[in-house]
Design a protein around this ligand. Structure first.
Ligand SMILES: Cc1cc2nc3c(=O)[nH]c(=O)nc-3n(C[C@H](O)[C@H](O)[C@H](O)COP(=O)(O)O)c2cc1C
Length: 341
């Protein structure tokens, strides 16, 4: 079983990710990981923290001479400016985990909640997801993502994106958006229809909803399918988004996620001091202007981990050398049917 865990706080010393159940013999270099971390870090709309955050990392286990060994993989990512002393705030930031977390854990300091709830944690998921992306790439499975709307803008060009972000920044406001994730080359038959939780759509939804700020999820035709006629929906394979009955059907996998606007506002947002119950203004000077571009990158990695798990369940194998011929044989076998449809 492929599984992973992360630990670490937004302003702690280190973020740690552990990936267990990953096969041996997959070449992964520091450059592969650095490239993916950089895509997340420098995505459009990020705030001032990214100027000093270097995402310096070390793979401390599971890799030998640039090759995975089959042992649990550990990645540590340093935070460039760890805090020696946490700030104290009795004021939960609206739209964040603060209030729910302060109530849940019975603490009066919102910093104790936000340090772990922060999306800084997603850097560890991206580092681990890089291993999964490498496995997929070597099996001919390709991931890509793009932002298809930013706030109310749907016809996105570089110029429109820059202008929308600059205008939001000037207003002290932030933007949400929608990203689309495509996976080409997935073998048919990953996932299962035997139990609800085994359905690949359910697994992918959980993986993508686990990304901070993701508030909506669609497969293929998604919400638009509700308004389509049955004849149109059933006879248009593109609308399935690559999944039928919780299994891959050999078509490209197409997922979309809605990302809410970043809740931390430079212009400030009203909240309540949980000790005095007086109104308080929370100003977030260093917030990102949008998370949608970074979330798209994170989603590639989160989906790659989930799909690597589904792939290993279907084909088994402790090493890439074992898995590769099995996948190739399956493609030949299923291709005989799929190519005639
Ligand atoms: C990559 C990324 C970066 C984010 N950056 C910020 C930020 O700078 N400021 C902020 O207030 N929220 C930011 N968020 C959003 C919060 O992490 C998120 O909305 C918050 O933790 C509440 O969780 P929820 O939206 O999942 O309920 C970011 C989210 C992501 C995915």
């Amino acid at each position: 079983m492929l599984r992973y865990l992360t630990a670490g706080e937004s302003h702690g010393e280190t973020l740690t990710g552990i990936l267990e159940g990953f096969p041996a013999g997959v070449p992964v270099t520091a450059a592969h990981i650095a490239t993916q971390l950089k895509r997340r870090r420098l995505a459009p709309g990020r705030g001032p923290r990214q100027a000093h955050e270097a995402d310096a990392f070390a793979v401390t286990a599971g890799l030998h001479k640039g090759m995975t060994t089959g042992a649990p993989i550990a990645v540590n990512i340093s935070n460039s400016r760890p805090l020696q002393k946490l700030p104290f705030s009795e004021v939960p930031r609206p739209g964040h985990a603060d209030l729910a977390g302060m109530i849940k854990y019975g603490v009066l300091n919102s910093a104790l909640i936000r340090e772990r709830a922060s999306a800084r944690e997603t850097a560890a998921r991206v580092a681990l997801g890089t291993f999964a992306l490498r496995l997929h790439a070597l099996l001919g499975i390709r991931f890509s993502s793009r932002v298809i709307s930013l706030g109310a803008n749907t016809a996105l060009t570089g110029k429109i994106i820059s202008a929308a972000l600059a205008a939001a920044r000037r207003r002290g406001d932030t933007l949400g958006g929608v990203f689309e994730l495509r996976v080409n080359g997935l073998p048919a038959g990953l996932g299962a229809c035997s139990q609800g939780a085994a359905r690949l759509g359910a697994r992918l939804a959980a993986a993508l909803f686990a990304i901070n700020s993701v508030k909506g999820f669609e497969v293929g035709g998604g919400f638009a399918l509700a308004a389509a006629g049955g004849r149109q929906a059933a006879q248009n394979p593109g609308l399935s988004g690559g999944l039928d009955g919780g299994m891959t059907n050999g078509a490209p996998l197409i997922l979309r996620c809605a990302v809410k606007p970043v809740p931390g506002l430079r212009a400030g947002a009203l909240s309540t001091n949980l000790k005095t119950f007086k109104q308080a203004l929370v100003i977030s000077k260093t917030s990102d202007t949008t998370a949608v571009f970074a979330a798209a990158v994170i989603a590639e990695h989160a989906a790659a981990l989930e799909l690597a798990g589904a792939l290993l369940e279907k084909f088994g194998g402790d090493s890439l050398d074992e898995i590769k011929p099995r996948v190739a044989q399956w493609r030949r076998q299923t291709g005989k049917v799929l190519s005639r449809l």
